[in-house]
Design a protein around this ligand. Structure first.
Ligand SMILES: [Zn+2]
Length: 445
């Protein structure tokens, strides 16, 4: 930063007293680094041809030819950026850049480039290409960080965070036999990408192996755009619990059974849906609850439904809140069942524990955005991300940029080029600030 910027930063209270001119950390004394935004947006356009679909979006399923080709393209970008990319045993691409202090743990940053069927060109790609761009810009500007840097492109995020969970040790051996949307099993997919499912342990890291993790991502919701804000600082990735709910009544003739003699499972299920909505909205907060699937049996126009199978899903940043909502919903279900002689049984299908971001990393992101004159909001991520696996290994932070109209997982997904550049610059600033960690003795790092 130049003198005028430094004064402005001082006036804005961005520099603490220990960061007065005399003892300013190294990065304040360099000219304020920023990315090459034109190049970043060009790369984003270029990667969109891998798996381009007629609707204007991208279908780049993990382990497909389009995925492999896009990874080749990314490896080329990394080499152009003078990084040394390798593929780990889990099939993730990891490109390293040495720091000045080899004793420090690496700072990881990146995202994914696989997509959902008929997805868009921004989910994952923005954060992946921005990470490479940040590393390239550092090199071009002659900046060497203290920590080693690792740009990571996680494999198969959309199928269930397979690459990042292999690294965090959460991936089970049984899951390697799951069949991915590409048709290949996870094990075969890992081989297809150049990994080795027999040697996953080599890709594994444990808590404390990383200095920190940063990920830039599109919001995939409409909050930032609606509130005219530039940057979202992710408070954490919400926890998710899903149940299969079976409502059992008694199937009987729809013509001969009087209304007061019925044990109608579908009527009870309908009341249940209403109760879920009522309970979830009865307390303040950003929790969400959904009944997303429902089937009635035997499923005939002239038979009273004897059984209904539906789902319940609850999400929040606070696991205890999810549990409290669930017990109220299950009490409601018992009450509803009592009204018409039906019973409710809950079977848990899936659980994702909430992954809070690290408050210190949130602070770095806030400072980085403020130094660039960008507006921010602290917000939860309602969608899952590789960052939640990394949160188990070290301090994690995520940066969101606006999604136009809040649309994602669709060919209509779009983020503005300028917002993408803003996000990449915030990522760069946060990374530079994280690199100052452990500067002083006893600081950890
Ligand atoms: Zn994503």
């Amino acid at each position: 930063m130049n003198r005028r910027e430094f004064s402005a930063a001082l006036a804005a209270g961005l520099l603490s007293s220990r960061q007065s001119l005399g003892s300013a950390p190294a990065f304040w004394l360099r000219s304020s680094p920023s990315v090459n935004g034109e190049r970043l947006n060009r790369h984003l356009t270029e990667i969109s041809r891998f798996g381009a679909n007629p609707q204007g979006g991208v279908t780049r399923l993990a382990y497909s030819d389009a995925d492999r080709d896009a990874r080749e393209y990314v490896l080329g970008l990394m080499r152009d950026a003078r990084l040394s990319p390798t593929i780990d045993a889990a099939g993730n691409i990891i490109a390293s850049r040495a720091g000045s202090n080899a004793a420090l743990k690496p700072i990881l940053f990146g995202s994914h480039i696989d997509s959902v069927p008929e997805g868009g060109n921004y989910d994952g790609n923005v954060g992946s290409l921005a990470a490479i761009e940040v590393a390239q810009s550092l090199g071009e500007q002659g900046i060497t960080t203290r920590h080693p840097l690792q740009v990571v492109i996680w494999q198969n995020e959309e199928g269930g965070l397979y690459g990042s969970r292999a690294v965090s040790g959460q991936l089970t051996a049984e899951e390697l036999q799951n069949v991915s949307r590409s048709g290949k099993t996870i094990a075969d997919g890992i081989k297809f990408l150049g990994g080795d499912p027999q040697r996953l342990a080599e890709a594994r890291r444990t808590k404390g192996d990383i200095a920190g993790y940063l990920e830039l991502h599109i919001e995939q919701g409409g909050t930032l755009e609606r509130e005219h804000l530039d940057i979202g600082i992710v408070e954490g990735i919400v926890g998710i619990k899903q149940w299969e709910v079976t409502v059992t009544g008694f199937a009987n003739h729809a013509g001969t059974t009087p209304m007061d003699q019925r044990h109608d499972a579908l009527l009870a299920a309908a009341r249940f849906v209403e109760a879920v909505n009522r309970v979830v909205t009865s307390v303040p907060g950003r929790q969400v609850g959904t009944v997303g699937r429902m089937q009635a049996f035997p499923g005939a126009p002239n038979v009273i439904p004897g059984q209904v199978v539906c789902t319940l899903e609850l999400r929040d940043l606070d696991a205890a809140k999810i549990d409290a909502l669930y017990s109220r919903i299950s009490a409601e279900a018992t009450r509803i069942g009592g009204e018409n002689g039906t019973t409710f049984a809950f079977h848990m299908l899936h659980e994702n524990v909430p992954a809070p971001s690290d408050p210190r990393v949130r602070q770095l992101i806030a400072e980085s955005a403020k130094a660039l004159g960008l507006t921010t909001k602290v917000m939860p991520s309602g969608a899952g991300h590789d960052a939640q696996a990394m949160a188990t290994l070290g301090p994690m932070g995520m940066i969101f940029i606006p999604s136009v109209a809040g649309i994602s997982h669709s060919p209509r997904e779009f983020s503005k080029p300028n917002d993408i550049v803003n996000g990449a610059n915030v990522l760069m600033g946060a990374l530079m600030r994280m690199d100052e960690w452990g500067q002083r003795a006893g600081d950890g790092g």
